[in-house]
Design a protein around this ligand. Structure first.
Ligand SMILES: Cc1cc2nc3c(=O)[nH]c(=O)nc-3n(C[C@H](O)[C@H](O)[C@H](O)COP(=O)(O)OP(=O)(O)OC[C@H]3O[C@@H](n4cnc5c(N)ncnc54)[C@H](O)[C@@H]3O)c2cc1C
Length: 432
């Protein structure tokens, strides 16, 4: 059992961060990834300071992150009349010891993949290998059934299985066969990128509109020194009646802008032209805003769920990718304490399953965008002075509550010791 590797289902952000962490602490691992090839898929995603701290501790530095994104400086909510509802600094400007990064999800994912191949070797990630099921052994290990892209099927044995296979997780489906179907609350998102001039601080996340219809946009590349243009990531969102469920067969599909641009045809100000932003996009993807109902545990014997497989949540808090990275690190820390054992998985489950499940429900209630709901309820979304609608203290308290729940309280994070001390390995911890 001692020599068996940890098996990881899914080579997304969570799976690759787990592989890098396990390698760092001296634990052999293999990643099984269903996709036949790694491609830079997706658009914008935010890496919160708690995740950037872990990336730095993994030896992925600011120079490398600057190649796939840029430090975020501000988070702002703006009403339909263009007036500010709320604005706060982010990352270093807010007083964190680590920046927040707005990155291109696909390029960031490829960066993690390159690191895994460089540090562990190309055999560390088995592409075209879909994990189809698992079996816990009486001796504490686990077998995994793998369906290969060429149609063959094989079995692998490991000390533990980490299910990092995303929102449609096969590992979770086996662990919780009675789980309800994916939950959709009625919001539809259309996501795209367009080259444009960044506004406000030059790296501001802006949420504009009401909670039933809004635009979110932020730059995810450094401005081109010649043109001044950055790649602007945008999400156009409307909420519709969901009583009949999601009608499309796909959860993620490329669509022409004509399918939704009419919702935003009048959204033109002297500082922003939403119809132009949409019309000039390279390509646009439609996906419903979905998550999964929390489950009572993420562990079954030698098997543990992490990342979206454990806690897929609405992206309103911009913390899905960050939490997947933090999960990987907390799992590594649990192994430092308990060894490569089921006890480590139990400690992880005990620590995170309850609080993160609460965060899923909090994000369902609009997460930090909840302020837009309040503005809508109190004045229909139009106001001259936001202080007359929501006093400054109420706004600050609302945001502080969210940040504490998401592990983003500034002082607490700044004071926290490293999740995994530099140079520490599972072996050195066992000898200590
Ligand atoms: C293609 C893609 C594009 C995305 N684009 C965005 C975006 O633009 N913005 C955003 O905010 N979030 C996006 N996300 C979601 C975001 O990456 C996740 O919410 C977050 O990073 C959590 O990461 P994760 O590793 O838990 O899950 P994911 O990043 O979803 O990774 C799961 C991985 O597991 C693989 N997999 C699935 N089933 C199996 C199986 N049975 N066996 C083996 N491998 C399997 C998948 O191919 C995938 O690589 C995207 C996810 C994917 C997969």
């Amino acid at each position: 059992m001692k020599d068996r590797p940890v098996l990881i289902a899914g080579g997304g952000i969570g799976g690759l961060a787990t592989a890098l962490t396990l390698h760092q602490i001296g634990v052999p691992c293999i990643v099984f990834e269903a996709a036949r090839e790694m491609r830079p898929l997706g658009v914008g995603i935010n890496m919160q300071p708690n995740a950037v701290r872990e990336l730095y501790d993994l030896g992925i530095d600011a120079v490398e992150l600057d190649r796939v994104g840029l430090p975020a400086r501000e988070w702002a909510l703006v009403g339909l009349n263009g007036n500010d509802i709320y604005a706060e600094p982010r990352g270093l400007t807010a007083g964190y010891k680590w920046p927040q990064y707005a990155v291109h999800r696909g390029q960031f994912h490829m960066l993690l993949y390159e690191k895994v191949v460089e540090r562990i070797g190309p055999q560390a990630v088995r592409l075209g290998s879909r994990v189809a099921g698992y079996r816990n052994h009486p001796d504490g290990g686990v077998s995994v059934r793998i369906e290969h892209a060429d149609g063959s099927v094989s079995e692998a044995e490991g000390a533990l299985l980490i299910g990092a296979d995303g929102i449609h997780s096969a590992v979770r489906a086996q662990m919780h066969p009675a789980q309800p179907p994916i939950h959709w609350g009625g919001a539809i998102m259309w996501r795209g990128t367009t080259w444009g001039r960044p506004i406000r601080t030059g790296s501001s996340f802006v949420g504009l509109g009401t909670h039933r219809q809004r635009m979110v946009f932020y730059p995810i590349s450094q401005p081109n020194p010649e043109t001044g243009l950055s790649m602007i990531n945008w999400i156009a969102e409307v909420t519709v009646d969901n009583t009949e469920g999601w009608k499309q067969s796909d959860w993620f599909r490329q669509v022409p802008t004509s399918e939704f641009a009419h919702h935003f045809k009048d959204w033109i100000w002297d500082w922003l032209d939403v119809p132009a932003l949409i019309a000039q996009a390279d390509s646009v993807f439609e996906n419903p805003m979905i998550d999964r109902d929390p489950v009572a545990t993420w562990r079954d014997g030698a098997v543990l769920l992490i990342g979206d497989a454990a806690h897929a949540m609405y992206p309103t808090g911009s913390n899905g990718g960050s939490q997947a990275i933090v999960d990987a690190r907390i799992l590594g820390a649990a192994m430092m304490e308990h060894g490569v054992t089921q006890a480590a998985l139990a400690a992880f489950d005990e620590k995170l399953c309850g609080p993160i499940s609460q965060l899923i429900l909090r994000n369902r209630g609009a997460g930090p965008f909840g302020l837009l709901n309040l503005v809508d309820e109190r004045c229909g979304g139009t106001f001259d002075n936001i202080d007359d609608v929501i006093p400054p203290q109420e706004r600050s308290e609302f945001m502080a509550g969210y940040k504490a729940a998401a592990g983003l309280a500034i002082e607490k994070l700044n004071m926290a010791p490293p999740t995994i001390p530099q140079g520490a390995t599972v072996r050195s911890a066992a000898l200590a």
